[in-house]
Design a protein around this ligand. Sequence first.
Ligand SMILES: *[C@@H]1O[C@H](CO)[C@@H](O)[C@H](O)[C@H]1NC(C)=O
Ligand SMILES: *[C@@H]1O[C@H](CO)[C@@H](O)[C@H](O)[C@H]1NC(C)=O
Length: 238
Amino acid sequence: MAISSFIRAAVGVSVAGALSVQESAGMQWSTLTNLPRTVLQSKHAESTGCGADFPGYFKIDGLYWPSSYKTGARNRTACKQDCDDAKNCVGFTARKTKEERMRCTLHKGLQQQVDHRAVSYSRCQMKGFACQSGFQFSHAGTWRSGKQIEELDDEPLDDCAKACRKDRGCVGFTHRESKEGDTYCFHFLNEENKQGPWRDPHAHTYSKCTNAADEDASLLEANASQDQSLAPAPVTQA
Ligand SMILES: *[C@@H]1O[C@H](CO)[C@@H](O)[C@H](O)[C@H]1NC(C)=O
Ligand SMILES: *[C@@H]1O[C@H](CO)[C@@H](O)[C@H](O)[C@H]1NC(C)=O
């Protein structure tokens, strides 16, 4: 009796094991995943899933990043709405534990700042976003609260990128050139990214994105409505 119930328990465990293997086979996300802190531009919606659940978001299943930025939302739609309404929200996690109702946390993004002598790149390591060497061009300008990496003064942009890639908490960099031609490297660090995500099959993290195709379409429309005005074209880069 004792033996047969032991066997039954063992069979139960192996079935559960097989199921969890099956589930994780479909999961492309590892705990090395970095949560983007800017709105990434998706080049291939089929592989990024940008807009599949909610317009303007793609989904990272099974991972959550710590955040003290909580809201009272109790379902995903309300959580997404809170992120849409919040200033500087770049994504959210809807997470349910066995015992408790869903919890909603928001993730803070980088805040752009004007700087005519700077270019900024976001960390980007996700398929379908056309990330090059781990980054995506973000904008001409910078963000708030950068950390100048003095040992990279007067070093090329590539070195600034390489050093950022080595630092788990680095979510983007700015390369700036002064009028005199001196160059500077700034890194943007995020504590939650540095710690990395936690696994939880009941967590769904959503991160903001735009679809490249939609942007091309809106550019065309903007062009059509500009009606050959002599005003210089605005330099907008998402
Ligand atoms: C989600 O939550 C909001 C606000 O609490 C509520 O109004 C809405 O009906 C809920 N939606 C669903 C699908 O339960
Ligand atoms: C906008 O119009 C100009 C000239 O009218 C053209 O050269 C340019 O390619 C157009 N841009 C887009 C995105 O279509």
